[in-house]
Design a protein around this ligand. Structure first.
Ligand code: HEC
Length: 305
């Protein structure tokens, strides 16, 4: 039910579903669709409590009357009135089956160590029943979880939940508008929104672990901020390097993991780093590539291919 509901909500608000918290009842109790249900539940609870209280009171009165009657009968018969133990004390005596102090002599074991004696007490019934209960439960558990596999074990349960989450993520992704991206038509623009998205792709996909947070490069990955490129520095070439990787040199093929949009965004982010000159950047590798048009036009620059 909860699952269906959350999928439903995800479908209703495809953009906000992961970013926003779901509205809780207390945000706006009066207009909440759950209000009638909660009110009825509360009312039913109150009625149950009241009925219970009245029932208890009646039982008490009834007990008082029986006690009174028994007392009178004992007086008539001329015997001493002994109050009957109530339900609770009979129950607890049955559960504990403890031997009263006066009868301890009967269960004394016949040995004494320096005056210390031992009583032959049995385990209290409540303990024994609990123990038998666990034995019964272990049989049920074995059958249900291991022989018939009716219910999932922890690992299976985990895998089921992951599968549900992946399905939700798939639905969410599918509901996002997808632009078809053709690298031959791609034109670099200093679009702040795309570059910002590209930055989060860069930070969230370990690009930084091989190319450094600022793209300056480290012992593994080359410097992405200079004008020297191993695989070409125009937007199409960078796009293709990111998409297909240079697997034999240790640069993964990101096209398998990232959507075409993500590859485009991160490509734009990388190109936006041109000339940022981070401190201690890696020495240039590859060939010089001048992004002429970008350097001259900063508002809506386009790389001439
Ligand atoms: C496991 C390390 C590693 C990761 C992670 C990694 N790269 Fe690379 N990257 C490399 C290596 C190594 C090269 C150089 C390949 C070569 O020598 O041909 C490279 C090259 C590149 C190039 C080409 C640079 C040039 O000079 O032509 C680009 C662009 C690039 N990476 C972008 C990315 C992006 C974007 C990401 C994240 C989505 C990323 N890399 C993640 C290791 C990595």
């Amino acid at each position: 039910m909860k699952r269906t509901l959350s999928i439903f909500i995800t479908l209703l608000f495809p953009l906000g579903a992961f970013a926003q918290e779901q509205k809780s009842f207390w945000d706006d109790p009066i207009n909440s669709p759950m209000l009638p249900l909660y009110l009825v539940t509360t009312f039913v609870f109150i009625v149950i409590i009241l009925v219970g209280a009245v029932a208890l009171y009646l039982i008490k009165v009834l007990n008082m009357l029986t006690e009174q009657a028994e007392k009178e009968r004992a007086q008539k018969l001329g015997v001493v009135y002994v109050p009957r133990p109530n339900w609770w004390s009979r129950f607890s005596q049955k559960m504990n089956a403890s031997v009263p102090v006066e009868q301890e002599k009967d269960i004394e074991l016949h040995h004494s160590y320096d005056g210390i004696k031992e009583l032959d007490n049995h385990l209290p019934p409540w303990w024994k029943w609990l123990f038998y209960g666990t034995i019964g439960w272990s049989v049920v558990y074995l059958v249900v979880y291991h022989f018939s596999a009716t219910l999932p074990l922890q690992l299976q349960e985990y895998e089921n939940e992951v599968a549900v989450a992946e399905e939700q993520a798939r639905i969410f992704k599918a509901s996002q508008p997808q632009e078809a991206i053709d690298e031959n038509q791609l034109v670099f623009a200093k679009d702040a929104a795309i570059i910002e998205k590209g930055k989060s792709v860069f930070m969230n996909n370990n690009c930084a672990s091989c190319h450094r947070n600022d793209g300056g490069g480290n012992t593994i990955g080359p410097n992405l901020t200079d004008e020297y490129w191993l695989h070409g520095g125009d937007v199409k070439q960078v796009f293709l390097t990111v998409k297909n990787g240079v697997v034999e040199k240790g640069m993964p093929a990101w096209g398998k993991v990232l959507s075409p949009q993500d590859v485009r965004d991160v490509t734009f982010f990388i190109l936006s780093l041109q000339g940022s000159n981070p401190a201690n950047a890696k020495a240039p590798q590859g060939e010089l590539f001048k992004q002429k048009a970008i350097a001259s036009d900063t508002t809506n620059a386009q790389a001439s291919l």
